[in-house]
Design a protein around this ligand. Structure first.
Ligand code: ADP
Ligand code: MG
Length: 730
């Protein structure tokens, strides 16, 4: 424990200069996808016949003919080796955050005492990684610890460093998904089928519905030296203590301000490498909090977009280190200033056009638009608790509900025009088609309805699920999350809503009702049902929490309790009827969620205890002794009455330090006890709840004392870099 380290790293951080980034000579459009086995490269490295078959698999969801696997593998290997790759890996997304890979070299014995490069269809299509240590919620007992990774041809292989990465799903030998990608692909399939069915009520030529996802990745950068002087950041990803800086984000001067040079260099480097991996980076800017930034790509097909986000997050971490930073992807690394989210912009397109956009070309288009809006609301309404569970984590829990991020209540914002339109349909007793009026507008042939040009000028930044013109923006997901987690739930819920919609319309039509009337009647029903989820007011206000509870929306705050929604009967039914997940898979996943929650809090509690005892209390006591010596010295210099008067402030400080350190010691003991008690709880669900209810509050109480000590202890003695240093130095 030595405060000189703190001053040394602060000084070094000040002196650092931007790294010179060598930019490619070509234009971005030329190096875009350089390290990806794109369709263009497939054409070059595969025979016409194999290429056509593979494209059918990728674009039309045809079954993969195993017989072409060898040829595809050969083409991939040739390309990869030309690019300097020596290894390959099945790249997958286990239920921990992050990705997993096991690298194998291309080499094999050639049978003549030498080596040769080998990569067969068998190795491409399926592998059995020894991944028994990945969390699986008890689906695989260790004696049957078989898990298979299987190639996902819809996400192209890519090269990182010297390794050919093959996106794969990860499943148990009994078929249960052990990852995020497998259920995501099932959910995307379910929504494709259900949405295509609904589209065909309007247009015969719709054969496929794609899901699009455009995420916005927020992150913090912290100087590496300062980072390493904060054991809490290193071990937990967030600061467990630290008094607010006198200046933080009050001035709003960081947002859209100029990007500091060192950060600029990092961003350039990141973007080049991301573009080379075909991640279509588009925007970069500062975020609200100091040292906080955002990167957003152009949206892509959902599965690909999820993979790209995973790749980007690991790129960010790697490249940040090259530039002397650490990239923080924790949702709330610093108390008192904004945390980081990952907005997920979601939309649907058919093989013929866009689904969530108005006005369309024909009245049918407009009606279809309204159907998809309303059924999205139905999905979000029916499963609002589950939607929240899908974005909840021990880390995101710190961010939600603060005065910065959507509250822990899922509601949807539509804007005034759409709201009026839905109200009007609900109240109207005429079942007629929409007619177009004017070039840009969309109108019902019913009076009083204003011409509708749905655009995104009408915005509400406090809504967790807002319609923004041609997409819904889900703002509650946390920055560290795998996007698939929310996308699995949203798309499955949407599939269920659309299935039910189509069934009810068919029922009416089978009784002789005409199509438009049947559609509008079902729409009216649904507009009424899902009304409680529509909320255009201020989502950050206290009043909303009460109002939401009255409306029957889920207002639960406790993370481990929120996870229970995965096992609600309505959730299990939804996942089973859409064939996205079985009850067994859901149960297993929840085990993992609770386990991860416990582990996260456990580590934090340990670090908190250690830092309290070996950083904070010693420093505070050291300062206290200094004060005591001063008080004693005063007595030598002045008559006792005067000495006492002059020492009044120091005496108060001595007392305050004594009280606070005593409380900390007491609380740390209680924290340890609470952990011990919780650890003895056999049931993981209950253990997680205990951690939430008994361990977390102790950490808050300890932090409160520590942050006050930071304010009074002599700055020169404090060992941990302070917020003002972590957040303002570049
Ligand atoms: P804002 O911060 O105003 O929400 P950004 O430009 O930061 O906007 O991000 C917008 C995100 O929305 C990008 O990721 C973009 O690709 C995505 N996006 C835009 N249009 C669509 C769409 N139709 N479907 C899905 N995502 C979209
Ligand atoms: Mg946004």
């Amino acid at each position: 424990m030595d405060s000189s380290l703190r001053f040394q790293v602060v000084e070094e951080a000040f002196k650092k200069t931007p790294l010179q980034v060598e930019m490619p000579k070509e234009r971005p459009s030329e190096y875009f996808g350089k390290y990806v086995f794109t369709k263009q490269k497939m054409r070059k490295y595969l025979s016409v016949e194999v290429y056509d078959k593979l494209i059918d698999v990728i674009d039309k969801g045809a079954r993969l003919d195993r017989r072409i696997a060898d040829d595809v593998a050969a083409g991939m290997k040739q390309w990869a080796m030309e690019m300097g790759a020596t290894h390959y890996t099945h790249w997958f997304q286990p239920l921990t955050e992050g990705t997993a890979e096991k690298h194998d070299a291309f080499v094999e014995h050639d049978g003549k005492g030498g080596m040769m490069e080998v990569f067969t269809g068998k190795l491409l299509v399926q592998q059995e990684p020894d991944a028994s240590s990945f969390p699986n919620g008890g689906i695989r007992n260790t004696f049957e610890a078989r898990g298979y990774s299987a190639w996902d041809p819809t996400s192209p292989v890519f090269i990182i460093d010297d390794t050919l990465c093959i996106p794969t799903i990860f499943i148990a030998y009994t078929g249960e998904a052990l990852d995020y990608k497998a259920p995501l692909l099932r959910a995307l399939h379910a929504v494709d089928v259900a949405a295509t069915d609904v589209c065909r009520l309007f247009h015969d030529n719709v054969t496929k519905v794609h899901v699009n996802l455009g995420w916005e990745q927020e992150y913090f950068l912290v100087d590496e030296g300062l980072y390493s002087a904060r054991p809490d950041l290193v071990l937990t990803g967030r600061t467990l203590m630290g008094h607010e800086s006198a200046k933080n984000q009050q001035m709003d001067d960081h947002y859209f301000g100029t990007i500091p040079d060192r950060v600029q260099a990092f961003m350039k480097d990141l973007e080049v490498q991301a573009l080379q991996l075909a991640i279509p980076c588009k925007t970069r800017h500062n975020e609200v909090a100091p040292n906080q930034f955002e990167l957003a790509p152009i949206y892509e097909e959902c599965n690909l977009s999820v993979d790209h986000n995973m790749v980007l997050m690991s790129l960010m971490k790697k490249i940040a280190r090259k530039h002397g930073f650490r990239c923080l992807l924790h949702e709330k690394p610093f108390d008192g200033i904004n945390g980081s989210g990952k907005h997920q912009n979601w939309s649907l397109t058919t093989n013929t056009g866009i689904l969530l956009h108005a006005p369309g070309k024909t009245p049918e288009d407009n009606l279809r638009f309204v159907v998809f809006i309303v059924e999205t609301l139905m999905a979000v309404y029916r499963h609002n608790g589950l939607m929240k569970a899908s974005i909840m984590s021990a880390t995101n829990a710190h961010r939600l509900g603060g005065n910065e991020a959507p509250p822990a209540i899922i509601s949807s914002f539509l804007g005034s025009q759409l709201t009026e339109l839905l109200n009007h349909i609900e109240e109207s007793d005429k079942n007629e088609l929409f007619t177009l009026k004017g070039k840009k507008g969309m109108q019902l042939d019913i009076p009083q309805i204003p011409e509708l040009v749905v655009d995104n000028t009408d915005r509400n930044r406090t809504s967790p699920f807002a319609f923004t013109g041609n997409r819904f923006e889900f703002r509650a997901p946390g920055t560290a999350a795998n996007c698939a987690c929310a996308m699995i739930v949203l798309n499955t819920a949407m599939a269920e809503a659309l299935q039910s919609f189509r069934q009810r319309v068919d029922m009416r039509m089978s009784k002789g009702e005409n199509k438009v009337s049947a559609i509008l009647e079902v729409l009216k029903e649904d507009i009424k049902i899902c009304k409680p989820v529509r909320f255009d007011g201020n989502g950050y206000s206290e009043a909303w929490v009460e109002e939401a509870a009255r409306r029957g929306l889920d207002v639960e705050n406790s993370c481990p309790v929120i996870f229970e929604h995965y096992l609600d009967e309505s959730s299990v039914k939804m996942f089973e009827t859409t064939q996205v997940m079985t009850r067994k898979e859901l149960e297993a996943r929840n085990e993992v969620k609770w386990e991860m929650y416990v582990k996260t809090v456990q580590i934090e509690a340990r670090v908190m205890g250690d830092l309290s005892m070996n950083h904070i209390i010693p420093v505070a006591t050291h300062y206290q002794s200094k004060l005591i010596r001063n008080v004693q010295g005063m007595k030598n210099v002045f008559p006792s009455e005067k000495a006492e008067k002059l020492s009044a402030r120091n005496l108060k400080l001595i007392e305050e330090i004594a009280e606070r350190t005593e409380r900390i010691e007491q609380l740390v003991e209680e924290l340890t006890d609470a952990r011990r008690v919780a650890n003895r709880v056999e049931n993981i669900h209950q253990r997680a709840i205990d951690y939430h209810d008994t361990v977390c509050p102790k950490m808050d109480a300890i932090r409160y004392e520590i942050d006050h000590l930071e304010m009074i202890v002599e700055d020169g003695l404090w060992t941990l870099p302070k917020y003002r240093e972590l957040l303002f130095i570049r």
